[in-house]
Design a binder for this molecule. Sequence first.
Ligand code: AMP
Length: 283
Amino acid sequence: MKVIAAIDEMTRFSQKLRCDGRTIAFVPTMGFLHEGHLALMTEGKNKADHLVVSIFVNPAQFGPSEDLSTYPRALDQDLEKCRDIGATAVFTPSADDMYPNGHETYVVLEKLPFHLCGLSRPVFFKGVATVVTKLFNIVRPHAALFGEKDFQQLAVIRRLVEDLCFDIEIVGVPIVREPDGLAMSSRNKYLTPKQRPHALLLHRSLTAAQKMVATGESDAGKIVALAREVLTSCADIRLDYVSICDPASLDEIAVVEGAALMAIAVWLGKTRLIDNQMLVPVP
Ligand code: AMP
């Protein structure tokens, strides 16, 4: 497995694979890899001849008061996991190379960021769209895999690939959860033993909402109210949003009759947690 830090070397490496007629699947990550990342990689290996993983904690997607400096890092263990899974290459660029002095071009979407996480994290999707565009141009994959856990991010990537005419297949991978239901996340490491059980309330509130829908409730306001009640049963949880929205536009919906996404973001102490689930009405 090649570990490549230099941008031009990564591009040459991919270009060579392409010239040899090989296909490339790409999994962009911020590292501190867990089973969720590994599911993307496994799917990537099924999709193409070669798997390229990037590990880059992207400063452009963190706001000034967010956790860039404390974001968990474990490069050696991450490389071991990539090797075990059979990645062909891991791209580990530096922030200085990705954003050298004079860098001033960003990719900004007009509508999708003004929903859900984008409302409380105003620079987040500008940073994500920019870094993913740059990574696509460097790695030149045929397919790229993203987790449905970050549902809005996946929607943003799908939009930008279509709008900017990237010839890349975007594959969404279902959320990987701990056995007790907590969605896996690198940020789960921040949770104290006391907070860890409270984090289960995200999944529990989604499950309660789905049960309500399955028994015939279609009033989104009532379903959101129930989920908020489940979440705020813990005094340490501070809600960012609980939303039922159209999975394509992310616009809020009032009546659950067709496809509807329920998405949640909360603060548990200093840790921001997100989760989501499609709500399936009774046929
Ligand atoms: P991150 O390193 O957190 O930026 O995540 C890198 C990729 O892994 C993104 O596409 C995430 O959506 C995906 N991912 C993170 N956690 C999970 C999970 N629990 N299940 C599925 N995909 C995930």
